[in-house]
Design a binder for this molecule. Structure first.
Ligand SMILES: Cc1cc2nc3c(=O)[nH]c(=O)nc-3n(C[C@H](O)[C@H](O)[C@H](O)COP(=O)(O)OP(=O)(O)OC[C@H]3O[C@@H](n4cnc5c(N)ncnc54)[C@H](O)[C@@H]3O)c2cc1C
Length: 434
């Protein structure tokens, strides 16, 4: 038996260091980040990023040949739970989405020239990137319906299309655009990924969309915003193509598996912070003569939250272990399960903590109202929950067959009939004894 839930002491030390660093150096940023421009934020980050590099924790998601630490998904999972406690932490560790996923795409599918020009500067933190796939006019849940076209003309692709929710699109130096290169191919072979420098003529960043996370449209050009982008006769050389023509979905699949579990681990970081607030509040707030901690409903919330978070944690770590041991595709079902389960736990724990704080929880004097708004995106990104549930159910059902005669396998009258036949002699003997 090789099941082992222990953490190597050296890595535990790294985790302890990360926990303290994020709490002491990153959390304080949260309350002032909105007042800083992106340029000022970059300057605040610079020494923090240097410190992370000195500790050998920079870009840990990539292999050592690419300047990463080659941690593997299990260690990354544990690390992301700590980084997830603050939206500002991943950027200090060189593994913020979408740059982390984009660097994986470039590592996986990029040519040597593409790696030289885009990947290494991205890893060094000198460039920013965005992943531009979702379109307002068609369902993101069914990307085979994408309309953005890339037509080959001589040595160039000419791209026309309309995208939105390209995270970091307004601060990106380059965009990885998913575009249809062959509309007549089989649905999952129609689209390709193409690198488009953000300053290419014809690329228009229309706006950063106001969202539940950042309700007031107008904070243009900041980390974590989501851009609407028009591509109008955008010309890029054919060597901007990533991988083979038509391999867009294949590359996306490789990228999304690990990316999704990193999200889930970060959500656990958010949940555990809300959980700490839930527990703390229960101890000092009194109603009808006793602390809230003594009300059974509150005890249920605390116990249920702890159990659900632990279940989600084990699910993620198990999926991570499966990716490390058997590869991404072996863990597809596990990743889908953890995605919708983690999103629910995230919501539920924050909701309970907010409720326990009453009016204070609803106010912006506590981070809970922001966390609650933030949590809502988890049910949509990286595939809507419903799509993941559908995938999981479909795969599970492959192992089942409908009974040919329409009678359920477990139907008791029939099972009894069979048992009576099988044990007839024994039953007869038992009756004879009576
Ligand atoms: C915060 C945030 C960041 C994002 N970042 C990026 C990014 O960087 N790059 C990018 O390209 N995109 C990004 N997206 C877009 C995201 O990937 C899409 O929103 C998502 O894929 C859903 O697509 P849609 O919005 O078009 O919704 P739709 O596909 O229209 O789906 C709407 C709803 O329909 C239902 N539904 C859909 N399919 C099914 C089904 N099979 N069964 C049952 N119900 C179903 C679900 O309830 C779903 O929520 C981001 C989105 C958010 C919210």
């Amino acid at each position: 038996m090789a099941w082992d839930f222990s953490t190597e002491p050296e890595f535990q030390e790294q985790l302890d260091w990360m926990r303290q660093f994020v709490r002491e150096e990153i959390w304080p940023l949260e309350t002032i980040a909105d007042e800083l421009s992106q340029d000022q934020l970059d300057r605040v980050y610079a020494p923090l990023q240097e410190e992370v590099k000195r500790r050998g924790l920079w870009a840990a998601h990539l292999s050592p040949e690419l300047g990463g630490q080659g941690f593997g998904q299990l260690k990354l999972g544990m690390m992301h739970e700590i980084l997830g406690t603050s939206a500002y932490a991943p950027n200090a560790f060189g593994n913020a989405a979408p740059d982390s996923g984009n660097s994986e795409i470039l590592a996986l599918a990029g040519t040597d020239e593409q790696k030289e020009r885009w990947l290494y500067p991205l890893l060094a933190g000198d460039l920013k990137s965005a992943f531009s796939m979702t379109e307002p006019e068609v369902a993101g849940s069914d990307p085979t319906t994408l309309r953005t076209r890339a037509v080959r003309e001589g040595d160039e692709y000419v791209i026309n299309g309309h995208k939105w929710f390209s995270t970091n699109g307004s601060i990106a130096d380059f965009l990885i655009v998913m575009a249809v290169t062959d509309p007549d191919a089989r649905p999952h072979q129609r689209a390709s990924m193409i690198i488009v420098p953000a300053d290419t003529p014809g690329v228009t960043i229309v706006r950063d969309i106001g969202t539940m996370e950042h309700p007031i449209e107008g904070s243009f050009g900041k980390l974590g915003n989501h851009a609407e982008i028009r591509y109008e006769d955008v010309r890029v050389p054919v060597d901007s193509l990533l991988g083979d023509e038509g391999s867009g979905f294949l590359i996306a699949q490789h990228r999304l598996g690990p990316g999704r579990i990193h999200h889930c681990m970060r959500w656990l970081g958010v949940s555990s912070r809300a959980f700490d607030m839930l527990c703390e509040r229960s101890l000092y707030r009194e109603a009808r003569g006793t602390p809230l901690a003594e009300k059974q409903t509150v005890q249920n919330w605390i116990a249920d939250s702890a159990a659900e978070m632990q279940a989600a944690r084990l699910m993620v770590l198990h999926a991570a272990w499966k990716i490390d041991t058997f590869g991404s595709s072996a863990a597809r079902n596990d990743v889908s399960m953890v995605k919708f389960f983690g999103a629910k736990i995230l919501h539920d724990v924050i909701d309970r903590a907010l409720q326990l704080h009453g009016g204070l929880g609803f106010s912006s004097d506590m981070p809970l109202e922001f966390m609650y708004r933030f949590a809502r995106h988890a049910r949509l990104v990286d595939g809507a929950d419903e799509v993941h549930r559908e995938v999981v159910a479909r795969r599970i059902l492959k192992d089942y067959r409908a009974p040919e005669d329409g009678v359920p396998t477990e139907y008791i009258p029939r099972r009894r009939e069979e048992s009576v036949r099988r044990f007839a002699a024994m039953l007869e003997a038992a009756t004879a004894n009576d």
